[in-house]
Design a protein around this ligand. Structure first.
Ligand code: CAO
Length: 416
């Protein structure tokens, strides 16, 4: 079966995480993604946090599957010539260099357009063009702080906290992928390429929109009724950190289960969804709460929500998180176990769905990676190993029309 993006050629001028996450997604769906890397070193993540000597690090392999690797020193005349040829026959170029790096290399947007008017140039930067911080280089946690995630994550008595989820990096890459696919679609109508730019700050903020909602409600009311600070605590004029409170209108919390004293993840997330109140009371053996006016509305429960959570914890004390979920699911209560990475790695459901995939790598051996979270009825996503540094250099150069002698000369000159 042919893949949906088959025939789309992408110059992958990305490194670290934000850009590679984007191009990996496009490669899964069939695009020919040629990763351009500096000769000798390659993407810095190849050697970052290695656990097998001389083999590419998992940081690299898990973000660069299904791609080809071309080594090219784009600061040499020969390297620029190869890149020029590639630009002329590619559909998309993706880059996440520091601000201005591509221009300094001689590949301004105007020059790229003059080489190939159909080209889509997709860029990730820390901040958007024209932003007061547009010159800054940015990594994940910097973006989480600038995008409003850190100030609203964590507990009220602790400092701003970053999430383990890659809200700044992979999330930005996913936004960029949507932008690229949109531009490709528009090109089918206009025949023209365009520039697609996504900033890490904007992408984080896009996931924090409910916190901007809360700022406006707080400005208007002076309190936020779904936060743990309500009704007994204090609010200032900024959205506070709400611990593990639910972000919508459904109060929820992380609750201890049997074994929490020794197992750091013996917890479940429990949501008190309004219309599930009666089933919740039945599940907990508290039928008298169903019609009790002190409990039977969300408003009535609010000032004793933590007493209710404490009661649920006492109910959970003799149940493991999995036993608890098996009981609660029968009552249609929105809840889930807090899963460790070890549990996720070994979860048969995730293996079966192709979300956790085992890949065989020539130097690293077998490793696990996260497969496509997007499932199609008519597309099968196969995850293949990431390329070794320069594995496809000769093949790509030959495809561009270079002779074996010319390729050998480029190797001698260390341009590739
Ligand atoms: N051949 C020759 N030179 C190359 C090259 C190649 N194949 N690939 C990269 N380079 C050069 C660039 O041209 C640049 O040169 P100059 O600065 O001299 O013009 C140089 O390598 C450094 O590039 P950089 O600024 O991208 O790299 P850095 O390590 O200093 O910064 C990062 C890394 C991620 C902070 C920066 O790239 C950045 O801010 N990117 C945008 C935001 C982003 O994507 N961050 C997320 C990264 S994932 O956490």
């Amino acid at each position: 079966m042919s893949k949906p993006l088959e025939g789309i050629k992408i110059i992958d001028f990305t490194h670290v995480q934000a850009g590679p996450a984007c191009t990996q997604l496009l490669a899964w769906f069939g695009a020919d993604v040629i990763k351009v890397e500096r000769p000798g070193a390659g993407d810095v993540t190849r050697s970052q946090l290695r656990h097998v000597k001389d083999a590419d690090a998992l940081y690299f392999t898990m973000l660069n599957s299904n791609k080809r690797s071309l080594t090219l020193d784009t600061k040499t005349a020969q390297g620029k010539e190869v890149l020029t040829k590639l630009i002329k026959e590619s559909d998309v170029m993706v880059e996440n260099f520091g601000p201005g790096a591509l221009d300094r290399m001689g590949f301004t947007w105007e020059h790229i357009q003059s080489l190939n008017p159909g080209m889509i140039l997709a860029s990730v930067k820390g901040f958007s063009e024209g932003h007061a911080y547009e010159d800054l280089k940015v990594y994940e946690n910097v973006a989480q702080c600038a995008g409003g995630a850190a100030s609203t994550t964590g507990f009220w008595d602790g400092p701003p906290t970053v999430s383990a989820a890659a809200l700044g990096d992979s999330n930005t890459g996913m936004h960029l992928a949507i932008g690229i696919l949109t531009a490709l679609h528009q090109k089918t109508k206009t025949g023209k390429g365009q520039k697609v730019a996504v900033s890490m700050q904007d992408s984080v903020l896009n996931l924090c929109r409910v916190k901007l909602r809360d700022q406006q409600r707080l400005d208007a009311l002076g309190y936020l009724e779904e936060y743990p600070q309500y009704p007994h605590g204090e609010f200032s004029d900024v959205v506070p950190r709400g611990g593990n409170a639910g972000g919508g209108g459904q109060p929820g919390w992380v609750l201890k289960c049997k074994g929490w004293e020794t197992d750091p993840n013996a917890y479940i997330y429990f949501t008190i969804q309004g219309h599930a109140w009666a089933p919740i009371c039945k599940a907990l053996g508290k039928p008298e709460w169903i019609d009790d006016p002190a409990y039977n509305t969300a408003e009535a429960r609010q000032d004793k929500i933590f007493d209710i959570f404490a009661f649920i914890e006492s109910w959970l004390a003799d149940k493991t998180k999995f036993e608890a979920i098996d009981i609660l699911r029968k009552f249609d209560i929105p809840c889930a176990p807090v899963l460790s990475m070890k549990e996720i790695a070994n979860d048969p459901s995730l293996r079966k769905s192709g979300t956790v995939v085992e890949v065989d790598h020539p130097k690293l051996g077998k490793y696990l990676t996260v497969g496509s979270p997007i499932k199609f009825s008519d597309v099968e996503v196969e995850i293949t190993a990431s390329p070794l540094l320069g594995q496809h250099t000769n093949e790509v150069l030959a495809d561009l029309g270079y002779s074996q002698e010319e390729i050998a000369a480029m190797h001698d000159a260390k341009a590739v």
